[in-house]
Design a protein around this ligand. Structure first.
Ligand code: SF4
Length: 213
């Protein structure tokens, strides 16, 4: 049943541009992708694309970032959340970046600003590694559906490795982000038009409450 639900999700064709997918398709540059994923932390997709483009138009090579100051990088990205922290991370990553280590997990996971979700997303996209990138959409949607019952992203990731067919691991993030932005939104999910409402625990609970009023 879990894999049936995931299959339906994976077959949904929701047109929506996602920053990291877009940047990877367009530039195929691991450094640029990693920095864009970091920019995207707690930032909307549209804003992530805008700020990533701005940063890489100003700094066309990694050397340019290395030669820049943290203050200057901060000014370039100051309209996004955590800009102070992100400017320091970007500068540090540029200083140690090594294209011979783009799929060296230990190196990637040791970089500042690279938590589990960032690393998993990067490694699955750039290195084709079987990881599940759990973000707020993945966590919220699968708990609402009742596929899992977890308290945080770490628990969600562990649970998904147990119950999900491996062939879905790399695909699930982008699909659920699109689904979460357009249908199963954090507030006011569009349950009436959702192709999964027959399976959904959250929807059943809402209907039961309505009936019992
Ligand atoms: Fe989300 Fe509603 Fe669909 Fe359930 S029925 S997955 S809560 S949109």
């Amino acid at each position: 049943m879990v894999n049936d639900i995931i299959n339906i999700l994976l077959n949904l064709d929701i047109k929506d541009i996602l920053a990291t997918e877009e940047v990877w398709k367009k530039y195929k540059d691991p450094f640029r992708l990693l920095i864009t994923i970091i920019i995207s932390i707690r930032v909307r997709e549209e804003k992530t694309i805008e700020v990533s483009e701005r940063l890489f138009s100003k700094y066309r090579a990694i050397e340019d970032i290395k030669n820049s100051s943290i203050d200057e990088i901060r000014d370039t990205i100051k309209d996004i959340g955590l800009f102070n922290q992100k400017a320091k991370w970007i500068k540090y990553i540029a200083e140690v970046w090594d294209y011979n280590k783009i799929c060296d997990e230990e190196f990637i996971r040791s970089l500042p600003g690279v938590g589990r979700k960032v690393a998993n997303l990067y490694l699955s996209v750039v290195c084709n590694k079987d990881y599940i990138a759990v973000d707020t959409h993945v966590h919220r949607i699968l708990n609402r559906l009742g596929i899992i019952n977890t308290r945080n992203h770490e628990e969600t990731e562990k649970e998904l490795y147990k119950i999900l067919d491996k062939s879905y691991w790399k695909l699930i993030n982008f699909k659920l982000v699109r689904f979460g932005r357009n249908i199963c939104k954090p507030r006011d999910p569009k349950c009436e038009i959702c192709p999964l409402n027959n399976y959904c625990k959250y929807y059943k609970n809402i209907n039961n409450k309505e009936k019992n009023k």
